[in-house]
Design a protein around this ligand. Structure first.
Ligand SMILES: *Cc1c(COP(=O)(O)O)cnc(C)c1O
Length: 401
């Protein structure tokens, strides 16, 4: 089946919410993926910061195959040991005094957080504060908290009072949060907005505001967590602990799993029967996540990510091209910022030359490669980048003329 045949069948049978993607992937090995027409690509987006171990990592394959053959599903009517092991591992990595709820996706992790903070809130708390341009997911609760107006507004009202403040602006946050606020939802760095970090000290400031008012501090580390920044969690680098933490993307290494972690009094805020998911804590997904955590540890991938991230940043900084404005981000989570709305062309021309990158905003290319990427692979990309940018520039000019 060729790519063009697959695109036709996709368009005829799948809803148009994603449009029709240009490339049909059929195989992945390490940091390389192959499309239906046999073309090879260096994967610099990893399924949106998900496939942290790359593709087909033996530890992940073994854990998933073994668990599928042993016991694939239990539902939450029964205990499965993988779920306990994974919760224990996460709690240990987070420094204790926490409990975990497992979901199947990021948006569900935030839905759980939303219900958790409502359960924990005292009387008189009736509104939420979230960051403008932030992203928390596509289901109605998470969408209500999502600051990207274009994707939220068509689907309201949501029956929630959500007040948005600019990302990283502590004065605005202080102004917006009082004792009527149930919770503040933020990302440490906004991923879908284009890998936009908050100013230094922001998370500590959010912590202070929440402590002063009693609002819950919910930190969405769905994209930043599990090694992406070179630390297990971005908040650990900031030396700040939230009340509730949400995880997903990189946690399962490609299998669908999310988690909502409650610290301190938020660990036990749910009553029996308050929340649930048939698939939540699924043994295969948990086995995959355990393999991810094991492999990050065994292969020293946190340190590797920090070093590779610095290397990538340095080499991006050295590129002198009229289309390039700069770069930002941390670890292997970078934005190449452009001087105009050229990202779609850059993404397209990169793919033509065998590189998968993501036009996350009209003028931003997001790079979030597998954490196992090598200096040689980064080098190959950097060497090709000027040609990619030239071709994107030519394509832009052609479109204008
Ligand atoms: C991807 C993402 C989500 C949503 O996760 P899904 O698994 O797509 O539901 C929520 N928050 C952040 C910060 C994300 O990057």
């Amino acid at each position: 089946m060729t790519g063009s045949e697959l695109r036709e069948r996709f368009a005829a049978s799948l809803m148009p919410n994603y449009g029709v993607p240009q490339i049909a992937l059929t195989l992945g090995r390490g940091c390389e993926v192959y499309d239906a027409d046999g073309r090879q690509y260096l994967d610099l987006i990893a399924g949106i910061a998900v496939s942290s171990l790359g593709h087909g990592h033996p530890a992940l394959v073994k854990a998933v195959a073994h668990q599928a053959a042993t016991l694939a599903h239990t539902s939450n009517l029964f205990i499965n040991e993988r779920e306990i092991e994974l919760a224990e591992r996460l709690v240990a990595l987070l420094g204790g005094d926490a409990k975990v709820y497992f979901s199947n996706s990021g948006t569900e992790a935030n839905e759980a957080a939303l219900k958790l903070v409502k359960r924990a809130a005292g009387p008189g708390r009736h509104y939420f504060v979230a960051a403008g341009k932030g992203f928390h997911g596509r289901t109605s609760g998470s969408l209500a908290l999502t600051g990207k107006d274009a994707i939220r507004e068509p689907f309201g009202p949501f029956g929630m009072d959500v007040r948005f403040v600019p990302h990283g602006d502590l004065d605005a946050l202080r102004e917006a949060v009082d004792t009527g606020c149930t919770a503040v939802f933020v990302e440490p760095t906004q991923g879908e907005a284009g890998v936009v970090p908050a100013p230094e000290g922001y998370l500590a400031g959010v912590r202070e505001v929440c402590d002063a008012t009693g609002a819950a501090f919910v930190l969405d580390e769905i994209q930043s967590g599990i090694g992406r920044t070179g630390a297990w969690f971005a908040h650990q680098e900031a030396g700040v602990r939230p009340d509730v933490l949400t995880l997903a993307k990189g946690l399962g290494g490609g299998l669908p799993i999310g988690a909502c972690v409650g610290f301190g009094r938020y660990a036990d805020a749910f009553h029996k029967g308050d929340h649930g998911s048939t698939f939540g804590g699924n043994p295969i997904a948990c086995a995959a996540a355990l393999a991810v955590l094991d492999t990050i540890e065994k292969e020293g991938l946190l340190a590797h990510t920090a070093v590779m991230g610095d290397l990538l940043a340095e080499q991006l900084d050295a590129i002198d091209h009229p289309l390039v404005a700069g770069q930002r981000g941390s670890g292997l989570w970078r934005a190449l910022t452009l001087t105009g709305p050229h990202a779609a062309h850059v993404q397209e021309q990169a793919a033509v030359r065998g590189f998968l990158v993501n036009a996350v905003a009209p003028d931003v290319i997001r790079l979030a490669p597998p954490l196992v990427i090598t200096p040689e692979q980064i080098g190959v990309f950097i060497e090709a980048l000027p040609t990619v940018l030239d071709a994107a520039e030519a394509a832009t000019k052609e479109k204008q003329s």
